[in-house]
Write a new protein. Sequence first.
Lengths: 317, 443
Amino acid sequence: MLYDIFIDPFVQMYDMPDFFLQVLWEGFVAGILYALIALGFVLIFKASGVFNFAQGIMVVFAALTLVGFHENGVPAYMALVLTVFVMGILAYGVERIVMRPLVNQPEIILLMATIGLTYFLVGFGEFVFGGEPKQMITEELGLPTGSTAFEIGERGLIILQHIDIAAAVIAVIMVTALGIFFNKTRIGRALRAVADDHQAALSVGISLNQIWAIVWFAAGLVALATGIMWGARSDVSFALEIVAFKALPVLILGGFTSIPGAIVGGLIIGFGEKIGELYWGGLVGGGVESWLAYIIALVFLLFRPQGLFGERIIERI
Amino acid sequence: MRDFKQLAIGAAVAVGVGLTGVMAPAAQAQDSNYVPLLTYRTGPYAGSGIHIANGMHDYLKMLNERDGGIGGVKLELEECETGYNAQKGVECYEATKGKGALVYNPYSTGITLQLIPKASVDKIPVLSMGYGLSAAADGNVFPWVFNVPDTYWDGASVVIKYIGQQEGGLENLKGKKIGYIFLDAGYGREPIPLLEQLAEKYGFELLQYAVPGAEMQNQSSQWLNVRRDRPDYMVMWGWGAMNPTAIKEAVKIRFPMDKFIGVWWSAGDDDAAAGGDGAKGYKAMNFSGVGSDFPALADIQEHVIDAGLSSTDAASVGGTLYNRGVLNSVIIAEGIRTAQELTGKKVITGEDMRMGLEALDLDEARLEELGLKGFAHPMKVTCEDHAGSHPVFIQQWNGEKWQQASDWIEPMTDLVRPLLEAAAKEYAEKNAPWPARTEPCPN
């Protein structure tokens, strides 16, 4: 038993280095995708201190809108622009109808509002687009398809999907852009002020409404990018909403307020769950992936309750 | 005070809604036969559920429009959305059973398991066509449950038999590895006991890959395991979004698609198409017709779809899952017709319907009469055998459509039947006091 736990997995890694590299690659891609989802949560949390339960359905809604426009004859790039426009309208609507009436309400009220928003978007999405899964317009958007295989030794093989490489590149670009936007611009600083205290931010002339609309729009764009990437890997269906909650352990690990935390947390969870499932999962009959991520996050929490990059909150009484 | 007023209005509305629900059964027409359809057009499993729901609805609707119903009595159809959720399924059952429901088609093994104990109490049969509890095929223990034309255990035996044929005989399975990837729910776990028995009997290694419902679109770990284990064949028991994702992942790891075989619920056109060119060669079991070249389907097109009485996209008529839904409704309709003949009544009850299903005899002549020649293998139900263990064929995806890729293959009845009977006995013992059969046999 001790051999199976402490020795055998490493022997396997050594014996099949191509497979180990493939596992690392898959972990990296999964981590990037988890990080993309987590980013959406982080943006809203930074601005309003609320866990946006609707982020998952926003991913589905954005992807369905894109595919829906295209199915109705709109060229792919125009459909992309129109979808961005729709996400803008959604952000404006959420700010006006959901968030604005709830300024200064307890956070639990805001959370409940996002749960309500989730169910609205599920129903509205199914009403408009139907419940059938749709295929992502990957090629039409100019995203790469297919794969490249690298042979290692006599039987070794590493297969890299082009769409996964594109996902990694897009994630890096998005994170960089968001990082610059929120750290180097006036709006970014205003956002951090809003996150600390709504009333204090209002008192110094920051428009809460504007900030919330911007941040929901940014979260919508992240949702769109996530929807395109996940949709290309499987299908665009309402089942994707559940996948979005894979971001939870990422948030616990990386901290709810840190963009770098979402990235690092995503990668740790991505690598951790793939390596855990492939090399240790068999010891307990497999299927550890769905809960291993939470175990990893909880272990980190023991040492850093605020997450790896979360802000340490000291409340003076 | 304002709160109290709102509460009072809310309560009044709730009572009103509740009363409407209670009053509804009385409002059911007494000159029609009421058939509730438990369907799912929303949620993660809608991709499969919509086609089934359309096929079921359209055939019964066509009978109403073309023939004025069955035996001169119209069918009263009502869909109830379950979302493939057992709790919602039971809610649908409870909400509709009082309206004179003749039969329930849960379209979920989870819901079926919930309804089985209720069937004998409420005297409404459950028709789980090719799914549900395999042991329910034992009509002596489960007189109210029907899983014609096949159980999952029949399906599992067919797929192993087919793999044996590919290898030149079942004896050549010794030392082979067969992977089994399945939705980690009652449905996907159902065939495992039989597959384990077959693995022991024929000496192959059974490798299991569970896909949790929440991870249906995130299967890379399972398929990395497949890549490492290098099974000779893969068998899939998937549903909803699991199917297209699994096919894409199989393509991704370059698994030979002609050695990847799905159950009849992993045989959707959209499922296979999702894999693109790489999915060519993927196989699946089937027991219902391929394509739309059947007179009955032409009648559906004319009387229902062209008439705007359906939400079916015309292009999906003839798809595997649509045709499966049609076959399900053919069994319902023939059950009603047989019950009418047996009882002499036009408007029948659930008890009559049970007899009708138990006396079901859908032979070649009847299939031709229905405009469905070759659409299914002739099927017959007996009081002892509610599934019938009918032959199944293998179909193969050519990149654009399904094509029949084998003759009809008989399940290993000699092996499956004793196991079914033992499982039925065990179920009855675990759920004691399980009612002994008192229902008369119509055959």
